[in-house]
Design a protein around this ligand. Structure first.
Ligand code: BTN
Length: 324
């Protein structure tokens, strides 16, 4: 650990309370100039550290920096051998997760970013991923983690576990719009994109990437016009964030692993049904170029949406989109 990391650790142990440069220097056995340089570095990285004469340096709990070490420390034991990467900015965490899987066969990983410049959404869409107001995570699962029966269920399981995590942080209820959009206050707050890397010859899954994008607070510049009517944030506009993105990342990942470990048990589907905001409602189904009106009447244990089309025909949908 270098001096900057050590200074950060001491400040974090005494969050919101001042600690003098002299004390820091003594505890770490370095000069006060070295402490001052470390503080400058941390400020450049985005840590909110105030300094007051005669009192010293104080790290504000309002600092909302993705912190790999903090996240790692707070993750449950099942993540012990996982690789974790954090980025201030990246094109897409799913893209990086795929690259990681190719470079490190057999290794599971978590990729988290403050910002994505080319965030990917479902059906070839873009996912708006502004700096620091959202959480962008990709979970990279290697084949050793995957049983054949689990693969089709993982996305649905992720929708349920991420809903649980957001609820513990926000105290507000989260709904799921099939397949895997999460809703709060009738607007989308989170999107999930699963991508499999398969070996063409053997048709075996080499890795499964699960990307989770959560809007935490409204960006200073607001949402782009096309999103204002349909997107929302975990924290309501004008509400202070009462947790950091590290808190949310830890909650999302820990809930995810707990639920993942239950697979291929499908008990969670009952919760998925309860959270669904389209069940027992007329819906419009869009599948590629086809679209039809139907009634959504159930979600089966494989996560498929069961609908009765206006023609009377029953459909078991495993992909596509619905609108209410
Ligand atoms: C959707 O709503 O269409 C799915 C959006 C998924 C966005 C997440 S953000 C983290 C990960 N990296 C990406 O490029 N996309 C996913």
């Amino acid at each position: 650990m270098n001096t900057t990391d050590k200074v950060l650790l001491l400040l974090q142990q005494q969050i919101n309370q001042p600690i003098s440069g002299e004390t820091l220097a003594r505890q770490l056995g370095v000069s006060r100039t070295a402490i001052w340089k470390a503080i400058q570095k941390l400020r450049e990285q985005g840590y909110l550290i105030s300094s007051q004469t005669n009192q010293g340096y104080r790290l504000s709990s309002k600092t909302d920096m993705l912190d790999k070490k903090e996240i790692k420390q707070r993750l449950i034991r099942g993540f012990k051998d996982w690789q974790i990467e954090t980025y201030q900015t990246i094109d897409s965490t799913n893209r990086r997760a795929k690259e990681f899987a190719e470079q490190n066969p057999g290794q599971s990983a978590i990729i988290i970013a403050d910002e994505q410049t080319a965030g990917r959404g479902r059906l070839g869409r873009k996912f708006y991923s502004p700096n620091k107001t959202g959480l962008y995570i990709s979970i990279c699962l290697s084949p050793k983690d995957l049983s054949y029966e689990s693969i089709s269920l993982i996305t649905a399981q992720t929708a349920v576990s991420t809903s649980r995590a957001i609820e513990t942080i926000s105290n507000e209820s989260v709904k799921i719009k099939w397949v895997n959009d999460l809703y709060m206050r009738d607007k989308k707050v989170c999107g999930i994109l699963s991508e499999a890397i398969t070996d063409i010859e053997s048709n075996q899954v080499q890795a499964l990437i699960i990307g989770i994008g959560i809007n935490l607070s409204v960006p200073d510049e607001g949402f782009p016009e096309e999103l204002t009517e349909i997107a929302t944030t975990v924290f309501a506009p004008n509400e202070m964030n009462h947790c950091t993105r590290n808190d949310l990342a830890v909650a999302v990942l820990n809930q995810w692993l707990l639920a993942f470990n239950e697979l291929p048990d499908t008990g969670f589907i009952q919760e998925y049904r309860k959270r669904s905001n389209i069940l027992n409602k007329p819906v419009r189904v869009i599948q590629g170029k086809e679209a039809f009106n139907a009634f959504a009447y159930d979600i089966d244990n494989r996560g498929r949406l069961l609908v009765k089309a206006s023609t009377g025909r029953l459909h078991h949908l495993s992909y596509g989109e619905v609108s209410i």
